[in-house]
Design a binder for this molecule. Structure first.
Ligand code: NAI
Length: 256
């Protein structure tokens, strides 16, 4: 039997799909034939909605208007996440792939980190993934796939990232447990741990830190979003059919 990257008509949710890695993941999955539910955080200015709608428009122009739709939900809020999953199933009648990509960065050394900086990162980057995985466990079709976007920070422990590294390490643990729990439904759960990626988040790292980091990367550069979304596509496809509970490190060879 041939194994391909063709996701023909399968339905994928991408959280935080309006920009950066999430945007590129939505485009990459759509290019492989998936219909994509693009999640966005509903900010009061409507900026994230506009970004997600732009991605949906790009996908529609290439693959037709039924190939994507946008869905509001703050991943920190379990009820909003449940509502989004219900709306996605109402719209597309099936769900095959979930990419938990939404995340934030609030770096500060431990002595100065505010409680809000701690809880906002844990709530978004860890509880947000839990909320989505719980809904995915309930609503994914047998044979479904969950891909959680972690970070090199989970295993490296970068200075100033107590909140972020704790959350992303939590995501790796969650991934392993869910791989076991959902295996009987043949739902595979894996993680991708990028190094630094050239997105709004990656560019928010101070220039002097970026220079030092770049010197430590054997490939000598940061990743393009496509280099992460291609690995997500692999984990979403049948080409990774015997992989579950794993973390793929996509970091240009950075040692840890
Ligand atoms: P980004 O800042 O460009 O995009 C993050 C997305 O998450 C945005 O669309 C944002 O609106 C959304 N988001 C934030 N809070 C949300 C919430 N409560 N509910 C729903 N959506 C929410 O960041 P980027 O670089 O695209 O990051 C994507 C993922 O990759 C994140 O989980 C991040 O931690 C991870 N990552 C990024 C790296 C980088 O260097 N850019 C390196 C390693 C991991």
């Amino acid at each position: 039997m041939s194994r391909t990257l063709d996701l023909g008509q399968q339905v994928a949710i991408v959280t935080g799909g309006g920009q950066g890695i999430g945007r590129q993941t939505a485009l990459t999955l759509a290019a492989a034939g998936a219909r994509v539910a693009i999640n966005f955080f509903p900010d009061s200015a409507g900026q994230n909605h506009a970004l997600a709608a732009q991605v949906a428009k790009e996908i529609a122009a290439l693959y037709g208007t039924e190939s994507s739709a946008v869905f509001a939900a703050d991943v920190r809020d379990a009820q909003q996440v449940e509502g989004m999953y219900t709306a996605v199933l109402d719209k597309f009648s099936r769900l095959d792939i979930v990419v938990n990509n939404a995340g934030i960065l609030r770096d500060r050394s431990i002595k100065k980190m505010t409680l809000d900086e701690w809880t906002s990162v844990i709530d978004t980057n860890l509880s947000g993934v839990f909320h989505s995985c719980q809904q995915a466990a309930l609503k994914l079709s047998p044979g479904g796939r969950i891909i959680n976007v972690a970070s090199l920070s989970a295993v490296m422990g970068f200075f100033g990232q107590a909140n972020y590294a704790a959350a992303k390490s939590g995501v790796l643990g969650l991934t392993k447990v869910l791989a076991r729990e959902l295996a009987k439904s043949n739902i595979r759960v894996n993680a991708v741990a990028p190094g630094v990626v050239d997105t709004e988040m990656g560019q928010s790292i101070p220039e002097e830190n970026r220079k030092v980091m770049q010197q430590q990367i054997p490939l000598g550069r940061f990743a393009e979003p496509r280099e992460i979304s291609d690995v997500i596509l692999f984990l979403a496809s049948d080409l990774s059919s015997y992989m579950t509970g794993q973390t793929l490190h996509v970091n240009g060879g950075w040692w840890f």
